[in-house]
Write a protein that binds this ligand. Structure first.
Ligand code: UDP
Ligand code: MG
Length: 352
């Protein structure tokens, strides 16, 4: 029987696993993960995304793909980063529910059933929280600061944005575009699209094979991405509100400085052109005007973007039933399947 959507081949659950040089973990991960998924009893697929590994990972993945029909693999030409790897995975999996996890055995597959149970409660995204984290202090401390900041700035109340272990309803990630270091901010992006996000604490194991790819310096770089995230979520359609507000504030401050000096000048206090306050005032106004201009440029960009992509996510669309009724009332089509002539304004006059 033909099945245009190929729905029969669509699994209930897809697991996406980005990896870079994880040769020591892959076989064991496959074994443990498969045991859990089989026990769950859902149809499933596992998609490994090899983010440019240079060790033996590729060969091991080839072996796993050949041995297990549930396994797929996307291989990047070089290392493009975890966000890109997740993006490639999200675009290729077909499950109604998508779970992401790291490949280094630090995330425990045994947690997946609990995550799915949480989704069943009605949440769209369940994010893992490594409550007892087994990583060096040099990593956990900056991470705490990072999580606190992101949570405050974004308004998404999660304790662990860095955790790669998450479960999503398919709709939550459809149309999401991840690049750079945006993988840390998926809950923020998804929350902004109107989906509900929650967290559960998950077991976290120490890394026993391979090395961590994320040090403090990558986290610091990630801090800049928070600005990006703000810009592409809250201020995406109104960049002038972000730049314009700061710019206007600075300009007003500068104006106050110069006004004060002007009053002094009228009172006979001279010279004012050599005073630090004079230069500060000028600088504030110049920087302020530049920020406002940047905001205006942003508005122009945003307005041209609006015509290309949609800036909203639709949950449901109930089509007016009359549309279908009208369709049925349309007079019979011309013989040969050609559509009835469209009514062209003015065509009657020229036809005669
Ligand atoms: N990873 C990746 N591309 C990268 C860096 C990391 O796919 O450029 C993968 C890595 O193989 C692992 C996951 O992302 O499966 C998390 O990385 P890691 O364990 O090094 O981070 P940590 O747990 O130390 O924060
Ligand atoms: Mg890890």
């Amino acid at each position: 029987m033909s099945d245009p959507d190929n729905k029969s081949a669509r699994p209930h659950l897809s697991v996406v696993i980005p990896l870079l040089n994880e040769e020591g973990a892959l076989r064991e991960l496959h074994e443990k993960l498969t045991a859990v998924l089989v026990r769950l009893g859902h149809t499933y697929e596992i998609l490994f995304v090899d983010d440019g590994s240079r060790d033996n990972s590729a060969a091991i993945l080839d072996e796993l793909v050949a041995a297990d029909e549930h396994i797929g693999c996307v291989r990047f030409r070089r290392n493009f980063g975890k966000a890109a790897a997740l993006d490639a995975g999200f675009k290729r999996v077909r499950g109604d529910i998508v779970v992401t996890m790291d490949a280094d055995l630090q995330d425990d597959p045994e947690e997946i059933p609990r995550m799915l149970a949480k989704l069943d409660e009605g949440w769209d995204v369940v994010s893992g929280w490594k409550e007892k984290r087994h990583d060096p202090l040099g990593k956990t401390l900056p991470s705490k600061f990072f999580n606190f900041t992101v949570s405050r700035v974004s308004g998404v109340k999660l304790k662990d944005f860095n955790c790669g272990f998450k479960a999503y309803r398919r709709e939550a990630i459809d149309g999401l575009r991840l690049y750079g270091e945006l993988h840390r901010y998926v809950p923020v992006l998804v929350h902004w699209r109107g989906f509900s996000v929650t967290q559960i604490s998950v077991t976290h194991h120490p890394r026993t094979t391979g090395v961590s790819k994320y040090g403090v310096e990558r986290m610091l770089k990630g801090a800049f991405d928070l600005l990006t995230v703000l810009l592409i979520t809250r201020y995406r359609t109104r960049p002038l509100h972000m730049f314009g507000l700061i710019g206007a504030l600075l300009s007003v401050l500068g104006f106050v400085c110069l006004s004060y000096l002007t009053v002094l000048w009228f009172q006979g206090v001279r010279p004012i052109g050599t005073r630090p306050l004079f230069f500060l005032g000028l600088l504030l106004i110049m920087v302020g005007v530049q920020l406002v201009s940047t905001g205006l440029l942003g508005e122009m960009l945003a307005s041209s973007q609006q015509t290309r992509g949609e800036s909203y996510v639709i949950k449901q669309f109930s089509e007016p039933r009359s549309r279908h009724l009208e369709l049925r009332q349309v007079p019979d089509q011309k013989p040969g399947g050609a559509e009835a002539d469209p009514v062209v304004p003015g065509s009657g006059a020229t036809a005669g």
